[in-house]
Design a protein around this ligand. Structure first.
Ligand code: 3UK
Length: 513
């Protein structure tokens, strides 16, 4: 994609300071409820925090700084300040508790943390298991500790640290659905590369767009979609305090948002809440994090006239690496490799398979997996290719079609069944709000297909509805894939990043068998 970044590069100088140097300091950068920060306002906060880090807190280039906050303007400023000062931002999901914080604290050898004042208790508690953590500075409250330090005279200027393009600036932890979370390391140039590949060539947003979404800023899906993509082009980010489907609609309507980043389940949930709302400002809707069921694509398009732009990304790759530009979308397919990336399908021995054959998805490009001090590196990277844990197939036109997480395949009476395909079919039934399909142990068949179903508001589950759902699946896809067991539940187990926890459903299915 012709990426040629200078050897000395600080990504914050490019994402933020450049706009001011080029006379765009008056443009709106951050919107949150009643707050509006221009690019110049944001740069002022960033410089002040950077000065506090270096002059008051003793941070030096290369230090790792833990960040803990929701999607707030100060979280954005803190992220950029750590990176501008040459540090390495280690963001953690706000919902993590003390026991879960200790691992990334120890693994990334964190001495210093900046933390939203509402979230300090768990961090304080985690100190018992992470003795290297010597300083926690709270922010976000009027007269907060960080804010008081920021107000010191002479703190409004800060020269970006002279970092290399391949210096690490971010450690993002995976959500850890299998074993301990892994810290993935990303360089200054990676922050720009995702904008110049996916942002410029697939998303194609404009400086007048306003971006919003639900993913946490501690999740690279959120960092890219809500912060990096808009900043690269001088556009604005809208940060709702809460990001449930109703809050997203409210933010879109109130702030005339045009670009949304969220997960497929959130689009589906928003559909039930659009009556009487004005979301005409919306023009680009990105869906990632989980497979986008065709029924969700179609229902969203029918209701809003907008196609959902599916894209597969991963913490290991920083952001989206397969996805189609709007004019090339094929419903049901994740899309085409993002310009700058290559993708292929390989078998268990790592050999490329023929088009149309399912296998493991491998990808390479300007960003890629580097785990922090972790022997599991070879699980993801082979011969320069990143091996995602996903089963995909490529068609003759080069489009990639998701099948399942490789470890989510259900084997029932010798048949291989992809849970997500059964879920996609169940979602075409009007009674179904959400569902998760896993294998449940069965003495005769090895496994049977079991569906956990959340019904739409006002509908209650009984044996007749369960039979109707089974018939619906048999009529929609090959009958052997139908769920022999159906359980109606109030909610599905989700990770901190909003993904369905199929392993938790499998455990439930085991317990119930
Ligand atoms: C799954 C998808 C089908 C897939 C992410 C956008 O999700 C992100 O990162 P994670 O590390 O998870 C990676 C795994 O999630 N997945 C993501 N998107 C899709 N499966 N269709 C999709 N569109 O199993 C992948 O291996 O949490 C997403 C940007 C940045 C991200 N970190």
């Amino acid at each position: 994609a012709g990426l040629n970044y200078p050897e000395r590069l600080n990504c914050v100088a490019e994402l933020l300071d450049r706009h001011i140097a080029d006379g765009r300091g008056g443009r709106i950068a951050v919107i949150a409820s009643d707050l509006h920060w221009s690019y110049a306002d944001l740069a002022d906060k960033v410089n002040r925090i950077a000065n506090v880090l270096v002059r008051d807190l003793g941070m030096v280039s290369g230090n790792r700084v833990l960040l803990r906050a929701g999607n707030t303007p100060m979280m954005v400023a803190a992220y950029l300040a750590v990176i501008k000062a040459g540090g390495i931002a280690v963001a953690t999901m706000p919902m993590l508790r003390a026991g879960e914080l200790a691992y990334p604290l120890r693994k990334a050898r964190i001495a210093l943390a900046l933390c939203d004042h509402r979230l300090t208790a768990d961090l304080e508690a985690a100190r018992a298991q992470a003795p290297e953590l010597s300083r926690i500075v709270a922010f976000g409250a009027a007269g907060g500790e960080l804010e008081a330090l920021m107000a010191q005279p002479g703190y409004e200027h800060f020269e970006a640290a002279d970092t290399a393009r391949d210096d690490v600036c971010l450690i993002a932890f995976t959500s850890g659905t299998t074993g301990e979370p892994k810290g993935t390391m990303h360089f200054h140039q990676d922050m720009l590369a995702i904008c110049d590949c996916y942002g410029a060539r697939v998303l194609k947003a404009s400086p007048d767009d306003r971006f919003t979404g639900s993913p946490p800023l501690a999740f690279t899906f959120g960092l890219g979609g809500l912060v990096l993509f808009p900043m690269r082009i001088g556009a604005a980010m809208v940060l709702p305090e809460k990001a449930a489907p109703a809050d997203l609609i409210e933010a879109i309507e109130r702030h005339k948002v045009s670009v949304v980043f969220t997960a497929p389940t959130a689009y589906r949930a928003m559909l039930d809440k659009l009556d009487g709302r004005d979301i005409a400002s919306l023009r680009i809707c990105v869906s990632a994090g989980e497979a986008l069921p065709r029924a969700t694509f179609e229902a969203w398009q029918a209701r809003t006239g907008l196609p959902l732009m599916d894209g597969i990304g991963a913490t290991e790759m920083l952001h989206i690496f397969i996805g189609a530009p709007r004019e090339a979308i094929r419903p049901g397919s994740t899309g085409l490799p993002v310009p700058g990336y290559e993708a292929k399908i390989v078998d268990a021995q790592g050999r490329e398979v023929a088009d149309g054959t399912p296998g493991r998805l491998a990808v390479r490009g300007p960003t890629g997996c580097r785990y922090l001090a972790d022997p599991r590196q070879s699980v993801y990277v082979l011969d320069g290719w990143n091996l995602t844990g996903d089963t995909y197939l490529r068609d003759a036109d080069g489009y990639f079609w998701y099948q399942a997480r490789s470890d989510d395949m259900i084997v029932s009476a010798g048949y291989n069944i992809a849970g997500p395909e059964v879920e996609a079919c169940l979602l075409t039934h009007e009674a179904v709000a959400e569902c998760g399909v896993v294998g449940a142990p069965c003495p005769e068949r090895g496994q049977i297909v079991k569906a956990y179903v959340v019904l739409r508001e006002g509908i209650s589950g009984d044996a007749a509805l369960a039979r109707a759902l089974q018939e619906h699946v048999k009529a929609g896809i090959a009958p052997y894939k139908y769920p022999r067991a159906i359980a109606f539940v109030d909610a599905l187990p989700k990770t901190a990043t909003g993904k369905l926890q199929r392993f938790a459903l499998r455990r439930m299915a085991q317990g119930e068998a």
